[in-house]
Design a protein around this ligand. Structure first.
Ligand SMILES: Cc1ncc(COP(=O)(O)O)c(C=O)c1O
Length: 457
């Protein structure tokens, strides 16, 4: 028996009827939708429909973002050059002077555990005790959900360290700079920063809408000159420098910057990320090293993630600054409070820093040893002071990548740094020194570094 198509009353087959019904429905839906819109919306939506068909892929696909394409190009280039990716290695324990990766032990220079306090039993215990008492999270922003005493204890300890009125801690060092600068300054203001300043300062400056001008690295005279010419055009002026520069390992002449900021009635902000625990006999940073008063710098900023073996950032200064940020900085007000175990770890690390200045001494000795050996072998260590950060500048990114990989193959874990983290042609291996590195480990590292560099030339 052959199947006959079912016809309805008007002689139309079922599927044709379905299509007609669908069209009717669409028409009605369109009518209803358009009725809900005002006239302008209809015109706009029709225009956008016709425009949508012309939107190129570049504007509606993640894989077309230029930044992503850049990553792919670098990956392909690396493969073609035979350079394996040095990123995202998995550590299997605490990363200190040594570390374990894929079951192998390495001498480690890729972690900023400067005073070997990450993994210290007292620091870990403080974090565990805080978990037992308060749990793992602050569970909401502090103005809204309230405080845990450990958060304020940490802030008081940081304020005491800088001998200023108060301090405020944020959940991320990067976000501390972005939200503080982004919130405090505006389009009528000027932000002057060292040309090698950290990305978080630049991002904060961009967010603020202020005019942003870099001045040549550590060049206070150039800064002075810019201020002579520009100061009168702006309302507030912020000068930002670092205690120790994160990519180059050198430091500014703080007293000169203070004198300039006073003369031009500007604010001075110092990012202590790589200087706390490193500069000064007690490791109290560039304030101690330069012998200045805490109040001579307007905004002390630092991170909890380096010497303090934790995670987060801080701002320390006068009451009006800290209180203002506490009530209004979006990165504090609209973000969760620092987690109790994270605050407890940082506070315990600060306590050890005060009790054991010999850690600071040992970090300095190993840093100076590395610098002297490297210079003796003719390596380009730039302007590093030989403390927490020592770069070995290779120039090309390919050379930096290859050198990092060949050092890794010989038991040394060090990270290469490429553009845009540093200027083009200034790629490098960046060595973070740890107070527990031994003299032998430093000697062995520089020897291997020189051997591998010679092989790659
Ligand atoms: C100078 C400087 N400031 C701020 C930050 C951001 O700190 P964090 O990594 O703790 O977010 C870093 C990070 O390395 C840094 O080097």
């Amino acid at each position: 028996m052959t199947k006959t198509k079912k016809s309805n009353l008007f002689g139309l087959s079922g599927s044709v009827k379905d299509q007609l019904a669908q069209k009717m429905l669409e028409k009605r839906l369109k009518k209803v939708t358009e009725a809900q819109m005002n006239k302008d919306d209809v015109v706009r939506s029709r225009k956008s429909l016709s425009f949508n068909s012309k939107v190129p892929d570049d504007f509606c696909r993640f894989d077309k973002f230029p930044g992503y394409q850049q990553i792919r190009i670098l990956e392909t280039g690396g493969k073609q050059l035979g350079v394996a990716s040095p990123f995202f290695k998995t550590h299997e324990g605490v990363a200190r002077n040594t570390t374990q990766i894929s079951g192998q032990n390495y001498i480690n220079f890729a972690s900023y555990n400067y005073l070997d306090l990450c993994g210290h039993p007292d620091v870990s215990k403080a974090a565990k005790d805080a978990i037992d008492q308060y749990g793992t999270s602050a569970s909401a922003s502090r103005p809204v959900a309230g405080e845990r005493p450990i958060q304020r204890d940490l802030e008081h300890a940081i304020a005491k360290l800088y001998d200023v009125d108060d301090a405020i801690v944020f959940v991320s060092g990067h976000a501390t700079n972005v939200t503080t600068i982004g919130y405090l300054f505006g389009p009528k203001d000027l932000i002057l920063h060292d040309s090698l300043i950290h990305n978080s300062i630049v991002q904060g400056g961009q967010l603020s809408g202020a005019t942003r001008l870099p001045f040549p690295h550590n060049d206070w005279q150039a800064l002075d000159e810019i201020l002579f010419q520009q100061r009168k055009k702006y309302e507030r002026v912020l000068i930002v420098i670092e205690g120790i520069y994160s990519m180059d390992g050198d430091y500014p002449d703080l007293k000169r910057f203070i004198e300039i900021k006073q003369r031009h009635k500007a604010f001075l902000m110092v990012d202590e990320a790589h200087a706390l625990g490193v500069l000064g006999d007690k490791g109290h940073g560039i304030k101690e090293h330069a012998g200045v008063d805490g109040h001579e710098v307007d905004i002390w900023m630092g991170t909890l993630s380096k010497t303090l073996a934790s995670c987060g950032g801080y701002i320390a200064g006068e009451k009006a600054l800290v209180e203002h940020l506490k009530f209004s900085a979006p990165g504090f007000l609209y973000s969760v409070g620092i987690a109790p175990p994270v605050a407890a770890a940082a506070l315990a690390a600060l306590t050890i820093l005060d009790k054991e200045p010999e850690r600071v001494q040992s970090l300095k000795e190993r840093g100076h040893q590395f610098l002297a050996l490297a210079q003796d072998k003719g390596l380009n260590v730039g302007s590093s002071a030989g403390l927490s950060v020592i770069p070995v500048i290779t120039g090309s990114s390919a050379m930096a990548g290859r050198l990092a990989n060949s050092c890794f193959a010989r038991g040394i874990n060090v990270q290469p740094i490429f553009y845009p983290a540093v200027q083009e042609g200034m790629a490098r291996l960046r060595f973070f020194i740890c107070s527990s590195h031994t003299e032998e480990q430093i000697e062995q590292t520089v020897t291997i570094l020189v051997e591998e560099m010679n092989k790659l030339k």
